[in-house]
Each structure stands twice: as structure tokens, then as C-alpha cells.
Design a protein around this ligand. Structure first.
Ligand SMILES: [Cu+2]
Length: 232
């Protein structure tokens, strides 16, 4: 069981490394506009490997899982974003739009986070409220994935100037990457928004005490919050 998972993680890490390398070389391999732009051949290949491994792991276990949205205290702006992204309750729709699973279900000391689906084409220095680069799912006891949250993820390598804010909220970070899914050297800011599953720690908290990876996750992944890093 560990071997295919390790492969998927390496492929994802390879995609991220490709991304960092292209930034160091002054771009040209990938395009970081927040609009969906064609990405370069190398990164497409890396993503292709990730998707292939991921799809083979996933098999037929995941289907759209409709549920009644719980009553939540969301601003009109967040409600609009929730409606706009509701199609991603079907994880296959997310994959088709370039959100690829990072497989591990992240567990934190103050609550779990879930499985991140990352869309590299949406990564840039400015957060686009309508296009979060990450969708987060929780596997139920039946193994099916429920969309629970979204996350804006901004690597320092994008050239971001200072701490970003969205909806009047400061991003968390900058922090190191989350090994083993994201290389330690991928320093970044991030902001979570729990717009599909209520979070009693707060809408913008990074972890949710009511998310439980142990229910149905095939790859639970215990993590500590990554260390803080300077923004040079
Ligand atoms: Cu997260």
C-alpha cells in the first residue's frame, strides 16, 4: 500500500520542484496568471503522472455525494463563492478542471484538514477569490469524498509582496512546505475558508476539529504545523 502512495507524492513533489525551478530560471516553463492559461510541457507531464497514479489509486470509489448544506454564518461574498464552486462537490469535475488530488488526508493536532486537490495553473501572487488553487475533501466512512473547504495558496516564489489578505483576513505564514506532500523548501502563505463544512474554530481556521481522517481515509497523514519562515 505504501508504494503507490509514495510514488504519487514524489510525482507531486516533482511538479512543485519543476515549478520552483522555472521561477528561478525566470519563468518560461509555467504560466502563473490567475486565469487558466496553458502550462508548459514539462509541468504538464509532471501533472499527467500525478493524475495517472492518482486515478489508478482512486479507482471507482469516488462519486458525487450530494448533501444538504449545513446552516453556516457566511458573508454574502463567501456564499457567492460557495455557489460558484458547488460543481466541485463532484471530485471528478474538479479533476477535469485541473484540481489534482495530493492523496494524503492531513491530520493536525487541533483538528484535521482533509485531502487537498491542487490546481497549479491557478497559483499566482494575487489571490483570486473566485478561483482558490486548492479544494479540500473529507473521505466519509464509505470512502466517498465530501467537499468541505477551499484554500488560497501563494508560494513566495510567485514574487508575492508581503502578506496577502482576502475578505479582510490576513493569510497565515509565511511557512515551510508540508512534508512529505509539499517539499519543505516551498515557502508559502495560505488561507483556508470552510465554506462547505462548518468549522467551530472559525471559517478561516486552518484545521477543523470536526474533520476526521480516521473515518475513511486510505492515506491518513499526521502532520505538525510547518515552521514559520521569513519573507525576504
Ligand atoms: Cu490546507
Amino acid at each position: 500500500m505504501a508504494e503507490p502512495g509514495a510514488r504519487a507524492e514524489r510525482s507531486f513533489a516533482a511538479g512543485i520542484k519543476q515549478y520552483e525551478k522555472s521561477k528561478k530560471q525566470g519563468g518560461g516553463i509555467m504560466n502563473f496568471n490567475s486565469n487558466l492559461q496553458p502550462v508548459g510541457i514539462a509541468s504538464r507531464a509532471a501533472l499527467g503522472i500525478t493524475v495517472a497514479v492518482f486515478l489508478s489509486l482512486w479507482g471507482a470509489g469516488a462519486e458525487a455525494h450530494e448533501q444538504t448544506a449545513p446552516v453556516m454564518d457566511l458573508t454574502p461574498e463567501l456564499l457567492k463563492i460557495r455557489d460558484g464552486l458547488a460543481k466541485y462537490k463532484d471530485p471528478f469535475v474538479a479533476v477535469r478542471d485541473g484540481y489534482y488530488s495530493t492523496v494524503g488526508c492531513v491530520e493536525y493536532p487541533d483538528g484535521d484538514m482533509g485531502i487537498h486537490f491542487l490546481n497549479l495553473a491557478l497559483i499566482g501572487p494575487e489571490p483570486d477569490p473566485a478561483k482558490p488553487p486548492i479544494l479540500i475533501y473529507e473521505p466519509g466512512s464509505d470512502g466517498k469524498l465530501q467537499l468541505i473547504a477551499v484554500e488560497w495558496f501563494i508560494p513566495l516564489a510567485t514574487g508575492v509582496k508581503g502578506r496577502p489578505t482576502l475578505f479582510g483576513q490576513d493569510f497565515e505564514g509565511p511557512m515551510a512546505g508540508h512534508e512529505p506532500l509539499i517539499p519543505d523548501g516551498l515557502h508559502h502563505y495560505d488561507l483556508h475558508a470552510w465554506i462547505y463544512k462548518k468549522n467551530r474554530s472559525g471559517v478561516f481556521s486552518h484545521a477543523n476539529p470536526d474533520v476526521d481522517c480516521s473515518k475513511g481515509a486510505t492515506y491518513p497523514l499526521r502532520e505538525e504545523p510547518p515552521r514559520a519562515v521569513p519573507h525576504n
